[in-house]
Ligand binder design. Structure first.
Ligand code: C2E
Ligand code: MG
Ligand code: MG
Ligand code: MG
Length: 280
């Protein structure tokens, strides 16, 4: 669970702290409190089109500053929220906040940006999920075409048949669907053709040692090839260097996201960055 925690956050958790230890810290209670008291925040990480070098979208990423433990990684607290039945409330808050932000940016005259939102497996399979998405779209006035839901392979494969029906319904609303952390799941490639995805997100574990690691290079090229054949967009996550950006552009990857261009930013800073960028 907490395997990826702390890699890029200030957080005291170590790899061997288990769920029990975490529970003992009362994180569940604190998280509930944070949700009720509006202490959760979203940061937004730009997604760049590699050909035009323009920002074409952002991914909303949840941030929680714990009153005593400081910034906590969502990789730590999302699993707790899932285990303790808080994920639906949190997930709905994220979706609604991201949609409101997107509409507000449009009203401020910012260039159109697609808003990508992470959806956890439990949230996706909750009976009210579709209803909730439709309600939030209507309530916020969000253009469905500008909303992209990021699902993981395992979330989709857990209840394949119901996931397929649901995804078709979501597509019918006009939403985009992306597979997050692509290449790390256990699923077969055949599901790519069954499920109505628009985008593949190459997991950053394949990107981090590029361009030197030839095996990662081969995998990355293969994913780009599959994506192109199926007419899906391909985005690389975790791009940290110019060399990686150039490599991906040369290989025909469509988009990228990563610290090289920008970390996830609070909304005001994202607007500043966009304004600086529109000048050139
Ligand atoms: P993810 O959806 O794969 O998000 C990408 C993660 O990679 C983010 O970590 C982001 O900050 C980080 N990242 C982006 N660029 C780079 C880079 O160049 N180098 C490195 N080392 N890391 C980079 P973050 O924000 O800590 O989120 C971790 C995971 O927590 C996310 O992985 C996602 O699975 C989950 N998560 C975050 N927000 C939400 C949310 O609102 N709902 C749900 N269900 N899950 C969320
Ligand atoms: Mg994601
Ligand atoms: Mg990812
Ligand atoms: Mg992830």
């Amino acid at each position: 669970h907490a395997k990826n925690a702390g890699r890029n956050t200030f957080c005291f958790y170590t790899e061997d702290m288990n769920a029990q230890t975490l529970e003992a810290l009362n994180l569940e209670r604190d998280l509930q409190h944070a949700l009720e008291n509006n202490e959760l925040r979203l940061h937004y990480q730009p997604q760049l089109d590699l050909e035009s070098s323009k920002v074409i979208g952002v991914e909303a990423l949840l941030r929680w500053q714990h009153p005593t433990h400081g910034n906590m990684s969502p990789a730590v607290f999302i699993p707790i929220a899932e285990e303790r039945g808080l994920i639906n409330d949190i997930g709905n808050w994220v979706l609604e906040t991201a949609c409101r932000q997107s509409v507000s940016w449009q009203e401020q005259g910012l260039p159109p940006l697609r808003m990508a939102v992470n959806i956890s497996a439990l949230q996706l399979h909750h009976v009210d999920f579709y209803e909730k998405v439709a309600t939030i779209l209507a309530a916020t006035g969000m253009n469905p075409e500008m909303l992209e839901l990021e699902l993981t392979e395992s979330a989709v494969m857990q209840h394949e048949e119901s996931a397929l029906v649901l995804m078709q319904q979501l597509k019918a609303l006009g939403l985009h669907l992306a597979i997050d952390d692509f290449g790390t799941g256990y699923s077969s490639l055949s599901y790519l053709k069954r499920f109505p995805f628009d985008k593949l997100k190459i997991d950053r574990s394949f990107i981090k040692d590029l361009p030197l690691d030839t095996e990662d290079g081969a995998i990355t090229q293969a994913i780009i090839g599959v994506g192109r054949s199926l007419k899906h967009k391909v985005i690389a996550e975790g791009v940290e260097t110019l060399e990686q950006q150039n490599y991906l552009r040369d290989e025909g990857c469509d988009q990228m996201q990563g610290f090289y261009f920008s970390r996830p930013l609070p909304p005001e800073e994202l607007v500043e960055l966009l304004e600086q960028n529109s000048g050139d």
